[in-house]
Design a protein around this ligand. Sequence first.
Ligand SMILES: Cc1cc2nc3c(=O)[nH]c(=O)nc-3n(C[C@H](O)[C@H](O)[C@H](O)COP(=O)(O)OP(=O)(O)OC[C@H]3O[C@@H](n4cnc5c(N)ncnc54)[C@H](O)[C@@H]3O)c2cc1C
Length: 551
Amino acid sequence: MADYDVVVIGAGSTGTAVARDCAMRGLRTLLLERDDIASATVGTCAGMISSGLKYMDEPEIVDMCSDEVVHFLRIARHIIMKNPILTPMLEMSDLSSGGNFAEEYSKRAESRDVPPVLFLTPEDSREIEPSLNPEIIASLYFEEYFIDPFRLCILQALDAKNHGADVKTYCELVDIDVKDGKIVGVVYFNRITREEKRVSTHIVINAAGPWASKVAKFAEAKVDLRLNKGAHVILDRRVVNVGVIAKAVDGRMIYLFPHENTTLLGTTAIDTWEDPDTLTASHDEIEYLLQSMEWVIPSIRDARIIRTMEGVRPLVADWKIPEGKVTRGYEIIDHSSQNIKGLISFTGGKLVMCRHMAEAATDLAAEMLRVETECKTHLEPLPGNEDDVDVLALAKEFDISQHAVERLRARRGTETRMILELTKDHPDWKTTICTCEPVIEAEIRYSIRHEFPQTLNDLRRRVRLGTGPCQATFCTYKAAAILADERELSGHDFQLDILDFLSERWKGKRPSFRREQIIQEEVAQGMYACVGNLDLTLGSVYTRKPWEDWS
Ligand SMILES: Cc1cc2nc3c(=O)[nH]c(=O)nc-3n(C[C@H](O)[C@H](O)[C@H](O)COP(=O)(O)OP(=O)(O)OC[C@H]3O[C@@H](n4cnc5c(N)ncnc54)[C@H](O)[C@@H]3O)c2cc1C
């Protein structure tokens, strides 16, 4: 018997959803991720589980997205937020396209528990969002849902594990064994132990996003992708009360979303042939976004850019059409058509479709394995979504600020109580470690014990540590000390972990520097160098992890 029925490659939104579905259907599943969960494309996305109306000329996709939103509200409501959105209009020609959108949106509004689209006068629009340009002639008001993409992936992976899957982070697929035209196994390299391991499997599901072509090549199979770069700019505060969607300089739609205690401005869309591992946002991309949004929010440049965030969309390979016309649907490749049985790959898709994509791939895998299974991923709650949480009562019972408990609830749902219970034996674990969020010590310790983070960066994805306006200036050392305590790390490893974390932050900060920020960064670097005795020149080696050789 083979070691596994299915090996899934990549722990982004797609791979974690596939691993969860396979494990829930009783397939013996291994999930391999070369870095951390949600460390690639999905971690750079806006997290909008949109109604799909941007793609109005693909009605089947609009229907699919609407249905998926309903499923997410059932299985993951604790990590979902509903955001009101305004689309301000500056010209009469905007009104007709707005009319079509309003009609399509309103048809599906009830099922998604949102109101139909409203047309607002300039006065009403500015009452909702005072920073709108006074010259707007009207605006559309509607509501969309957003999910925390990091938590979604972590919860899908944990649920896969709870259903028996093996989940291995920092394990990179380095070869696929094919015998007589059939998948028989994979070889992976464990980046922490530096060991290679071979396991046997009947099926490989390639959910490697922009790296899907590279993964397929290990089996001498082919996946064509149209890689498309997208960049976001993150502003240091909530510059708007509500989301704003506006026409960019080239007629594309861009957005400004208040996100936690910052604001997300995005996104660009540029065909790319660059290595997805080393992309950064360009000056042109930042200016494109700022100038476009400035037309409707004239004060946008008053906010400080704290970082940029860029990712690569692994689009379906439709060529000779503009990027905006490429389908946002997905395709599943059964590589039997290339004479390799047991290999399944994805192209295209979106975060909002990840559960749907997983269901389709798992159906195909089950058919190949000749087992009868039923998908339940749209019915069963993800961990933390089992019940409601009474934030006020918990804040009172554990004598902790209501704000801290509310932020904890938004990441954890019913796990909030389990985390607060830890403070009964350790009252000092109520200490706030990251003040921007806030994150308390008990949550960090809980995450280290139950969510397999290996580094501070991994902790950031699980608890949002260091992602707020101060960009980790004040929480890094405190969190590193907790990680070192839980993991019994040496002083040397403790320092390397901090360097790895700061260099990852630096990657996103560097493209955003303007005027005073350069001086501020000099001060911050001086602080790390003098107080922490950290040689930040080492931190410029982005790809290195704490356990790798930094000498
Ligand atoms: C700027 C931007 C904004 C977006 N906004 C939205 C949005 O608001 N809503 C929405 O629905 N969609 C959005 N998307 C699209 C969405 O983010 C992607 O479609 C989706 O996240 C892709 O997820 P994935 O799991 O397929 O890929 P990834 O997240 O890239 O995951 C692939 C994983 O495979 C791993 N991997 C690669 N090679 C190997 C190997 N050899 N061994 C082991 N592991 C390997 C990688 O490390 C990676 O973690 C956005 C995309 C971008 C770029």
